[in-house]
Design a protein around this ligand. Structure first.
Ligand code: HEC
Length: 143
């Protein structure tokens, strides 16, 4: 039993660096999904594609789920390589956290508003959500 436990432990230790190896690629992959989801929603908001309450609510719920995910992939030291992340993420952790919190608040509201189905309210809340993307990029991402 003890042997098994040790084996399990050493496997975990061996595996974990592989998972943590490329946090940059992991977070960029999530942001790509952001772009796709927000892009689809934007078309509806701009009137280019017809509004479907269910479809839009699904997208808003997906966006809210995505909004929980990128932030765990910003470990200290992951400002090297092919990343647009600015050093301020790690030198101003309180501002970084505030930008994340604001973003999560607005995506949660968007999810709620989308479930309600009032298109005018949805448009306003979509705008408020997008502002939190831009605000964070302005401070923490190199363009
Ligand atoms: C709290 C900060 C923050 C918020 C909020 C945020 N982003 Fe970003 N985003 C970043 C950072 C930092 C990067 C750079 C990641 C890297 O290159 O390591 C990034 C990168 C991206 C990228 C480029 C990914 C790639 O392929 O390199 C896209 C697209 C993107 N964000 C879209 C969005 C959208 C859309 C939203 C809002 C729905 C959003 N982001 C909200 C911080 C944020």
């Amino acid at each position: 039993m003890k042997q098994l436990l040790l084996t399990v432990l050493s496997c975990t230790v061996l595996l974990s660096p592989a998972f943590a190896a490329d946090p940059v690629a992991q977070r960029q992959e999530i942001f790509k999904q952001y772009k796709q989801t927000v892009g689809t929603m934007a078309k509806t908001v701009k009137g280019e594609t017809p509004y479907s309450k269910d479809e839009f609510a699904k997208l808003a719920a997906h966006l809210d789920a995505l909004a929980q995910q990128p932030w765990q992939h910003f470990p200290a030291g992951s400002d090297k390589g092919k990343t647009d992340a600015r050093a301020e993420i790690w030198s101003k952790p309180q501002d970084w956290k505030a930008a994340i919190d604001k973003h999560k608040t607005e995506t949660a509201k968007l999810k709620q508003t989308a479930a309600g189905g009032d298109l005018a309210a949805i448009k306003a809340q979509f705008g408020a959500t997008q502002k939190t993307c831009k605000a964070c990029h302005d401070s923490f991402r190199n363009d």
